[in-house]
Structure formats: structure tokens, C-alpha cells
Design a protein around this ligand. Structure first.
Ligand SMILES: *Cc1c(COP(=O)(O)O)cnc(C)c1O
Length: 429
């Protein structure tokens, strides 16, 4: 829930100790507003639970998924708290470096790593490539050889478990493009083991996003542990197990598993396995959380421009659109909508839409609201896959972003201007 960090005080919605209408007044709308305490509290849930299970031979690293919210101010504060980072592009690596993150705590996921991205990652000596195909393995081996380096790698395995989430955010089924098919894992590791310029250090999986129940994650973990044992018999000794991200959050009334409970179950299983199979070897357990850290740490503020009624249906047109927050049009995702200042007038059911010239440009459907033109609306739970998916469609500058820390408000990205948007374009002479 965002409730702890974004709560009403009287009739006014606050972020930490600051009223959201004052922030909108100062920075304009559409505006992403984040709570610093929310980010740090959510990361702490991972770090402190992992700490509880730590032994000399059982370590852990939480690698925040940069793509969920990649503002460098946020990466910086998570890095200061000890986070590693899970990246999916060279651009994200550049962000981590600019934010002061430690490249030795960076793991690199994704099916399409280009030669220049691989080279950049090797220059920074990142912790590990999460390799998704044999072709990628060969490319990494060749480039590392050219650079006189050895690349540390892990394979992302596809455990073929059903994450029971939206098909667009489910990644661990056989039919998805991600990972090495389960039946090919052993032979793929054997090929990698024979290569000169890679060092095989781990295994990883990531089965999907917005998982409310951890049963599919634990099922995937069991399958992965089983593979580690089979690899061990072939003489391939892995030192880390990365179980990916995917823990869901409350958008409406979902009740996701609590992060400490999930982690406790993961560590219990791994500790038990380690005791029997490799008591003397150091194992690092890794996590790649995105949404469970950033999702409920931010909201999108929009201002209501027009109220209109078409054939009996009430529309509320706001200045935020699908280019600012794409999740509703992309996944039919639900975001709570709250008036920044509550009115006591009677409520009506509205479809809340943006200004973009697309019928798919809606942010929320059938919401009972008491609103008037000029009111501010908060789209809740927008900290993950909000700003990081925003675009300039319709030549709309992307929103500004602010981070609130107690009573202090920091602008962490200024609003884009039209000149920013076409600055890279040139006229033909
Ligand atoms: C997107 C992604 C994550 C983060 O997923 P969340 O559901 O936001 O926790 C982790 N790992 C990989 C490989 C990803 O692609």
C-alpha cells in the first residue's frame, strides 16, 4: 500500500510531511512524486531479512531492477543502502555508474545484448552476465577474448512454471522468449564450461512480475536447486543462485506475500540444501526486485482539465496521459485514483482519460469521484514502470519527478520542454 507514505491529513493528500497540492503548485503537472522513506523501507525489507539468515557460507545480494524506476537520484539512494543493480541495457549501466553504483554489484539480464553493451559491461567489470542463449554466450566469450578478459556468467533458465500473472508480464513459461529451455540447461552449461573466456559462476531465473503468491517462485527455486545438484555431479560448481524479482504489490485490494516471509522461505530451503550438498562452499543468494521496491513509492499527479458527458458516459479529462503512465493502456492495469483535496459534493462514476489522440488513452475506468475542473488527482502506485515507460508521443514532454524526504522536496528531473524533445532532429539542407 502507498498509504503509509501517501496519506490524507484532514482533507488533503500528503506525501510524507508535505501537501501534494503545494508540490503541484510549485512544479506543475503531470508530475511524478516519490517518497524517499518508501524506497528505503522497501529495500530494507530485503536487506534486513537476508541479514538474518547470513552465515559465513550463505551470503546475499539484492539487485534492484533498474528498469522499474531508473532515475539516478533513486539509484543513488539505493546504492548508498548497499543495493546492487539488475540492468537490461548498456544505458542502464551508464545510469548506475552516474548514480555512484558499484559495477561489481551489477548483473546484466536481457535477451538482446549487443556487442557494444557487452564491451561496456566488461570494461566496468560487472559482477555477472545473465546469459539467455547459446549465441549470446559465444558472443560474450569472443568479446571477452578480444579484450583479454574473462566474463563471469550465469544462465537464465526457464523453469517452465506458471507464475499465474498477466500474460504480458509472465516470463517463465516454455512459450516465452526468455531463458534457456529447461531440457537444454545441462548441455548449455557444459558448452560454457569448455570456453576460454567465460567463468561460469551462477544460475538465475525470473518467472514473471506482480506475483501475489510465492508458491510459483519456490517451485522455480526447487527446480533450480535440482539443476545445481546435477551440474555439481558434472563437476560444474556454482556459487550463486539468483531467483529474480517478481513479488507483487497492492494496487487495489491484492494481498501479496510479505517480502520477509518470502525471503525466509527462500533462505530456509537454500540453507537446508546447502547443509546436505555443499556445506563448505560459499553460496550467494540473489534477488532482482523492481516493483516491490519502487511501485508503492511513487504516484503520478495530474490536473483535471475538463469534465464532459458523451452519450450519458462521464469523462474526466486530465493533463496526464498514456505517454506518462502507460500501464493502463498496455496491460489494462489498475491504479487507484484519489483526489488531492477531498470534496464533500456527491460522487459520479467517471472514465478518466488523457489528452492523447488514441482511444486507448485512459488511466482509470468507472471510478466514483467527487471532482470539479481544476482539481488535482493522484494516480496511486505509479512508482514502478511509470516514468521509466513514459514516452514523448504527441510531442509531450515527459513529467518532472520530485523526491520527498520528510519536509523536504527535491526536484530530481526537470520537466522536458518541446526543445528538449526535438533537439536531436535536424532539417535537411
Ligand atoms: C523486470 C525484471 C525484474 C524485476 O521484476 P519486478 O516484477 O519488477 O520485481 C527482475 N529481473 C528481470 C530479469 C527482469 O526482466
Amino acid at each position: 500500500m502507498t498509504e503509509r507514505y501517501f496519506a490524507y491529513k484532514g482533507n488533503v493528500l500528503m506525501v510524507e510531511d508535505v501537501a501534494l497540492d503545494a508540490i503541484a503548485e510549485q512544479f506543475g503537472t503531470p508530475l511524478y512524486v516519490y517518497s524517499r522513506a518508501a524506497f528505503t523501507d522497501h529495500l530494507s525489507q530485503y536487506v534486513t531479512t537476508a541479514e538474518k539468515y547470513r552465515t559465513a557460507n550463505l551470503q546475499s545480494l539484492t539487485c534492484y531492477s533498474v528498469k522499474s524506476n531508473s532515475n539516478i537520484a533513486i539509484l543513488n539512494l539505493l546504492a548508498e543502502q548497499g543495493a546492487g543493480f539488475d540492468i537490461v541495457s548498456g544505458g542502464e549501466l551508464s545510469r548506475v555508474i552516474a548514480a555512484g553504483g558499484d559495477p561489481h554489484k551489477v548483473i546484466y539480464s536481457g535477451v538482446g545484448k549487443t556487442p557494444s553493451e557487452i564491451r561496456l559491461s566488461l570494461e566496468y567489470d560487472i559482477l555477472c552476465f545473465n546469459v539467455e542463449s547459446l549465441s549470446e554466450l559465444k558472443r560474450i566469450n569472443r568479446i571477452a577474448g578480444e579484450m583479454g578478459k574473462k566474463a563471469r556468467i550465469s544462465f537464465r533458465v526457464n523453469p517452465d512454471v506458471d507464475a499465474k500473472t498477466h500474460p504480458y508480464i509472465s516470463t517463465g513459461l516454455k512459450k516465452n522468449k526468455f531463458g534457456i529451455p529447461f531440457e537444454e540447461v545441462l548441455s548449455t552449461y557444459a558448452e560454457a564450461d569448455a570456453l576460454e573466456n567465460v567463468e561460469v559462476i551462477g544460475i538465475d531465473c525470473h518467472i514473471g512480475s506482480q506475483l501475489l503468491d510465492d508458491a510459483p517462485l519456490l517451485e522455480a527455486l526447487d527446480k533450480v536447486i535440482n539443476l545445481v545438484n546435477q551440474l555439481e555431479e558434472k563437476g560444474i560448481k556454482l556459487s550463486h543462485i539468483d531467483i529474480g524479482g517478481g513479488i507483487g504489490i497492492t494496487y487495489a485490494d491484492e494481498q501479496p506475500v510479505a517480502v520477509p516471509d518470502y525471503l525466509s522461505r527462500v533462505f530456509a530451503r537454500i540453507a537446508e540444501w546447502q547443509k546436505d550438498y555443499c556445506p563448505d562452499r560459499q553460496i550467494t543468494v540473489m534477488f532482482e526486485p523492481g516493483r516491490s521496491i519502487s511501485g508503492n513509492a511513487g504516484i503520478l499527479l495530474g490536473r483535471l482539465q475538463y469534465l464532459k458527458t458523451n452519450s450519458g458516459k462521464h469523462f474526466a479529462v486530465v493533463d496526464a496521459g498514456m505517454n506518462d503512465l502507460m500501464r493502463p493502456s498496455l496491460y489494462e492495469a489498475y491504479h487507484g485514483v484519489k483526489p488531492v483535496i477531498k470534496r464533500s459534493s456527491p460522487a459520479k462514476a467517471y472514465e478518466i482519460v488523457g489528452p492523447i489522440c488514441e482511444s486507448g488513452d485512459w488511466l482509470a475506468r468507472d471510478r466514483e469521484l467527487a471532482v470539479e475542473e481544476g482539481d488535482l488527482l493522484a494516480f496511486m502506485s505509479a512508482g514502478a514502470y511509470g516514468m521509466s515507460m513514459a514516452s514523448n508521443y504527441n510531442t509531450r514532454g515527459r513529467p518532472a519527478e520530485v523526491l520527498v524526504d520528510g519536509q523536504e522536496v527535491h526536484l530530481i528531473r526537470r520537466r522536458e520542454t518541446p526543445e528538449d524533445i526535438f533537439a536531436l532532429e535536424t532539417l535537411v539542407p
